[in-house]
Design a protein around this ligand. Structure first.
Ligand SMILES: Cc1cc2nc3c(=O)[nH]c(=O)nc-3n(C[C@H](O)[C@H](O)[C@H](O)COP(=O)(O)O)c2cc1C
Length: 510
């Protein structure tokens, strides 16, 4: 358990670390997993993030797969210990997004699934993550265009030499078990032969989804094909594809039995109600959602990912009043309010805020570096450069706030902050606001000149348009057109600044 206090330092908590938290084995010794008799959360893009994986484990899953993460995304990320959350984060430092977040609680049970078409990149990822996860899995079943065009997913099944080379290299270089997940082929004998070829690489187990690459999720699953593979291999086979017949743990066991395996992985049935793994039977959906929200808040999951997962749980209930409230929600707070977890969310977010949590909101170019001074220099340099560019001898006062632009807060173009500011300036006879945008790495920040003052948001946006809108929001706030309470309510601002760090009008012309 992690505790927080208002005096916790916010310096460098995203510390790059070596060695990793995971158990370090003596050189050359491999860790193992017994893949027999396991009920497993299957890999699911967007769904298989940390809160859902922990929920599945809590309800009785034996192992959990991550969503598929493409190799280069992990290789571009930097690994940090997030001391506020007690997690290990792989952060895309160009925009501050979390590529992969994990924690010690799931360390012995989490299997990282990668999307790859390259031996070198797969091995590099394996070496990078092997101390943080229990095993690594290569996705050889994804039929999506982006996967196939990149030679990944199911494309690997049709390029057996490459598929084998990737698995062989991983098995030879990493200290953790290596597996792959395939689909069945239209021809049963070919499926069995391919699976045997893959087995020969030294992998520890193989997941078999009983549908071909052209079959859709609603098509019946080919349990006989899975059984044929299971009977032909000596490594454990993990049956997959049975969600249509699964609403409880007992159904998963039955599915595995019909497929002649002792292990099964579940995707959609767990996405709909993760308590499907519970030995005592599934729980009412509201209970599952409430617990999922607690874990999402606890691990600072993004509101958009949380909202997506809850929408997937609601399914046909999306048309109910609760479903519509969820659809309208933007912030974690708003989502949690629907399921009576608002107070928990507020308290936790404040605690994290005081403990100095960083996330997308705190991301500035290069601020994820351990050198805070360097980051400050970057920011300062930006502002000075802008002054030089425009050759202004007199530097107007700068008003700064940490405000982000959330597009869905604005129903149509006429209500956008820039439009509102245009009207405000016109009506007040101030002339047009002048915008200037700066870019560092892949982030943008805008400065507005109006009426002898300058306005900016300290929140670096992902694109130029958003940066201008965020700066316009700051301008409207400072000029009394927008209210601070409203911006906090719709998630554009955080509830309160840390005591003593109120950024209001701190930078007077830098
Ligand atoms: C939302 C969603 C995301 C998925 N993402 C992945 C993925 O990242 N990697 C993968 O191998 N399969 C992925 N799949 C496929 C599932 O792992 C599984 O093979 C398929 O849904 C069949 O199993 P089921 O009948 O239990 O749903 C995904 C499925 C769903 C529904």
């Amino acid at each position: 358990m992690f505790t927080f206090s208002e005096t916790d330092t916010d310096h460098n908590f995203w510390r790059r670390i070596t060695p990793a938290l995971g158990a370090v084995l003596p050189d050359g010794m491999k860790s193992t997993i017994d893949y027999r008799n396991k009920l497993i959360l299957a890999p699911m893009v967007r769904v298989g993030t940390l809160p859902m994986r922990l929920l599945a484990l809590e309800y009785g899953a034996d192992l959990v797969y991550t969503e598929e993460i493409v190799d280069w995304k992990l290789l571009r990320a930097e690994r940090y210990i997030n001391e506020v959350l007690g997690t290990i984060d792989y952060i895309d430092t160009t925009d501050g997004t979390v590529v992969f977040r994990t924690c010690t609680e799931e360390r012995p049970k989490v299997i990282l699934q990668i999307g790859t078409a390259s031996v070198e990149r797969a091995v590099a990822v394996g070496k990078l993550v092997q101390d943080d996860v229990a095993a690594i899995d290569v996705n050889m079943g994804c039929p999506k265009d982006f996967s196939i065009k990149g030679g990944m997913g199911v494309a690997l099944l049709y390029d057996l030499p490459r598929a084998k080379a990737i698995l062989e290299a991983l098995v030879a270089t990493v200290q953790i078990p290596v597996t792959c997940k395939i689909r069945v082929m239209p021809d049963l004998e070919e499926t069995v032969r391919w699976a045997q070829e893959l087995q020969s690489t030294g992998i520890s187990a193989i997941g078999v989804h009983g549908r071909t690459k052209t079959e859709r999720p609603r098509d019946p699953v080919n349990e006989e094909a899975i059984a044929a593979v299971a009977k032909a291999l000596h490594i454990p086979v993990i049956a997959n594809g049975g969600s249509q017949s699964i609403t409880r743990r007992h159904d998963v066991l039955k599915f595995a039995q019909r497929c002649a395996t002792t292990s099964a992985m579940v995707a959609r049935a767990a996405e709909w109600n993760c308590s499907v793994f519970r030995p005592d039977g599934p729980l009412p959906l509201d209970d599952v959602i409430r617990r999922y929200l607690e874990l999402s808040v606890r691990y600072d999951n993004s509101p958009s990912n949380t909202k997506y997962c809850v929408q997937m749980m609601l399914r046909s209930l999306q048309e109910t009043p609760i479903g519509r409230r969820l659809l309208d929600s933007q912030t974690m707070q708003q989502i949690c309010d629907i399921w009576d977890r608002g107070e928990y969310c507020r308290e936790t977010q404040l605690r994290y805020h005081y403990a100095g949590i960083k996330g997308r909101r705190a991301c500035r170019p290069r601020t994820l570096s351990t050198d805070d001074n360097e980051a400050n220099d970057t920011k300062k340099q930006c502002v000075e450069e802008s002054n030089n560019q425009n050759d202004h001898q007199i530097v107007e006062p700068l008003h700064e706030e940490n405000v982000c632009f959330i597009r869905s807060n604005f129903a149509d173009d006429t209500t956008l902050p820039k439009s509102k500011l245009y009207l405000h300036a016109l009506r007040s006879g101030l002339g047009r606001a002048q915008y200037e945008v700066q870019q560092k790495d892949k982030l943008f920040r805008a400065f507005i000149r109006l009426d002898g003052q300058r306005y900016t948001s300290s929140f670096w946006e992902k694109n130029k348009r958003y940066a201008e809108q965020a700066a316009a929001l700051v301008c409207l706030l400072k000029r009394g057109v927008e209210s601070r309470d409203e911006l906090i309510r719709n998630g554009a601002m955080l509830p309160m600044e840390r005591p003593g760090t109120d950024a209001e009008e701190t930078e007077n012309g830098v």
